[in-house]
Design a protein around this ligand. Structure first.
Ligand code: ASP
Length: 267
């Protein structure tokens, strides 16, 4: 889409839709279970050209929550809808609804059983990032110089019912501004909200004039100091990419023209 001159906003929404549909990732089909054994999904999207954003929280029926977020962005107001009302709004706007069980996979069900068992044994803190997390996100710079970011998640395995993370919170898990960068985060959502993570990267680039690399690393370090796992993907207005994380690994990749990079652990 980007090589054909398409818009960053459409490209990130499309990329995240693909990831939501892929059972390997914790978003859409393959989302983590909450502790009651069903799925509540969060997603958002932001357009760096206009500063518009859309988000949904704790939705249970929209097949692709990121598309509901995109539709809200297009409508402009409201920006964020949650729960059943968001599901109904999205369906009324022509988006596909599916049974909640269609987000389930065997491996996520096993992860829930393991996590509940760990909690009983008091070893929940030792669970791997893989067991708990796996939010998906995409950022893009298009040929017209516009930036956009999108994020989608099932949250973390065995989260409390009704818990909302950073992914639908604009400025925490998602941010895009054509003057600076586009950011999408994954990790302990509560800490992303407390550090206003994605927006802080933008601020550090805009005011002290830090590079994307320095600002993104500082944002991850702020979460490290709070003892949380964090990672992000970001691109700046010049096309520089930053993919910092403080965990064992992070599934990540970028593509620029005919160059491509994918990695899980360190290089
Ligand atoms: N950030 C997500 C949340 O807290 C979880 C994750 O990234 O895996 O909901």
């Amino acid at each position: 889409m980007l090589s054909a001159g398409g818009a960053a906003l459409e490209a990130v929404a499309r990329a995240v839709t693909e990831l939501e549909n892929c059972p390997s990732f914790n978003a859409g089909h393959g989302a983590a279970f909450n502790r009651a054994g069903f799925h509540e999904l969060d997603a958002s999207v932001m357009d760096g050209a206009t500063g518009k954003a859309g988000a949904v929280a704790a939705v249970q029926a929209i097949k692709n929550p990121v598309l509901a977020a995109l539709e809200l962005l297009r409508e402009s107001d409201p920006l964020l809808l949650c729960g059943q009302a968001a599901d109904q709004w999205a369906t009324a706007h022509g988006l596909e609804a599916v049974p909640n069980s269609s987000f389930s996979t065997d491996s996520r069900r096993e992860a829930l059983a393991r996590m509940l068992e760990r909690e009983q044994q008091g070893t929940a803190a030792q669970a791997s990032e893989q067991e708990k997390h796996g939010t998906v996100g995409a950022v893009a710079l298009d040929r017209h110089g516009h930036l956009a970011a999108a994020t989608s998640t099932g949250g973390y395995t065995a989260k409390p019912v009704g818990r909302v993370g950073d992914s639908p919170v604009i400025g925490a898990g998602t941010w895009a501004d054509d003057r600076t960068c586009a950011v999408s985060g994954t990790g302990k959502g509560e800490l992303f909200i407390r550090t206003a993570l994605a927006h802080t990267i933008h601020d550090r680039m805009l005011y002290p004039g830090e590079t994307l690399d320095v600002a993104a690393r500082a944002a991850i370090d702020a979460v490290t100091r709070l003892d949380g796992g964090a990672g992000l993907c970001a691109v700046d207005r010049a096309g520089n990419v930053a993919l910092p994380y403080n965990t064992e690994g992070m599934y990540r990749g970028w593509i620029r023209g005919d160059q491509m990079y994918v990695a899980i652990h360190e290089d």
